[in-house]
Ligand binder design. Structure first.
Ligand SMILES: NC(=O)c1ccc[n+]([C@@H]2O[C@H](COP(=O)([O-])OP(=O)(O)OC[C@H]3O[C@@H](n4cnc5c(N)ncnc54)[C@H](O)[C@@H]3O)[C@@H](O)[C@H]2O)c1
Length: 242
């Protein structure tokens, strides 16, 4: 029970990595706040736990603030935030429409900022020595992905480092978890030949499972990582070295 007594907010908790992280954290004793645009999916993630499912578009600043206000009113503190919600889009660089650029950056980067800001305000209010985990991607460093996605995921590493330095004195740790290709609905949507090519590039011969990512998130969220801040933790079977 490495998160006993903790309140952990997980965004994009309705499926994939977010669901695995939320369920793992609940097994470790956390009260999980599962945020997703899909309320029913978030509720299914928390079935059998005492968590709180909230329907929120993280790109909406007011909705994010309201969700954290509700969390504080019901649960009294926020100890952990996992900025996991993210979206992709397959576009050739010169064909990226303005609205697609704005949507990908708006969810992956600005949405993560909105959630992190609300979480830090909540932690500061109660003097909680909490932690924030930003979920990036190896695409941030490999460039294997569309420009809006790679740019948003690289920017999260800068967000992490700035937050880590400024908030260290308050005892708030901030790290970036960097998954490689992972077997989630996001990846299950791609053509089989792409998936085969991706797996061929992984020395350990498979994609990550969502539970591989959840175990690393648990480490970063727990006191085991008590002196770890501002870092990239890559979980990718050796497919990239950060
Ligand atoms: N799957 C991979 O191979 C892979 C690799 C590296 C990084 N990532 C990153 O990991 C994270 C999780 O990926 P996944 O594969 O589990 O994705 P997924 O698409 O399977 O699930 C994403 C979840 O986020 C929710 N969501 C999307 N936009 C939202 C918004 N605006 N507000 C609230 N919720 C929203 C969706 O409803 C969904 O439940 C993402 O940030 C993704 O970019 C994924």
């Amino acid at each position: 029970m490495r998160l006993a007594g903790k309140v952990a907010v997980v965004t994009g908790a309705g499926q994939g990595m977010g669901r695995a992280i939320a369920q793992r954290f609940a097994q470790e004793g956390a009260t999980v706040v599962a945020i997703d645009v899909n309320l029913e999916a978030a509720q299914q993630t928390l079935a059998g736990t005492n968590g709180l499912a909230l329907q929120v578009n993280i790109a909406d600043s007011a909705a994010v603030n309201a969700a954290f206000d509700q969390t504080m009113a019901k649960l009294g503190h926020v100890d952990v935030l996992v900025n996991n919600a993210g979206v992709g889009s397959v576009d050739a660089f010169a064909d990226i429409p303005d609205d697609t650029w704005a949507r990908v950056i708006g969810v992956n980067l600005t949405g993560a900022f909105f959630c992190a800001r609300a979480a830090v305000r909540a932690m500061t209010q109660t003097g909680t020595r909490g932690t924030v985990i930003n979920i990036s991607s190896t695409a941030a460093v490999s460039g294997d992905g569309p420009a809006h996605y790679c740019a948003s995921k690289a920017a999260l590493m800068g967000l992490t480092r700035s937050m880590a330095k400024e908030l260290a004195k308050a005892g708030i740790r901030v790290n970036t978890l960097v998954p490689g290709p992972t077997n989630t609905p996001m990846m299950q949507g791609i053509p089989k030949e792409w998936a085969d090519a991706i797996i061929a590039g992984v020395p350990m011969g498979r994609m990550a499972e969502p539970e591989d990512i959840a175990r690393a998130a648990l480490f970063l969220a727990s006191d085991d990582a008590g002196f770890v801040t501002g870092q990239n933790l890559a979980v990718n079977g050796g497919s990239a070295f950060l």
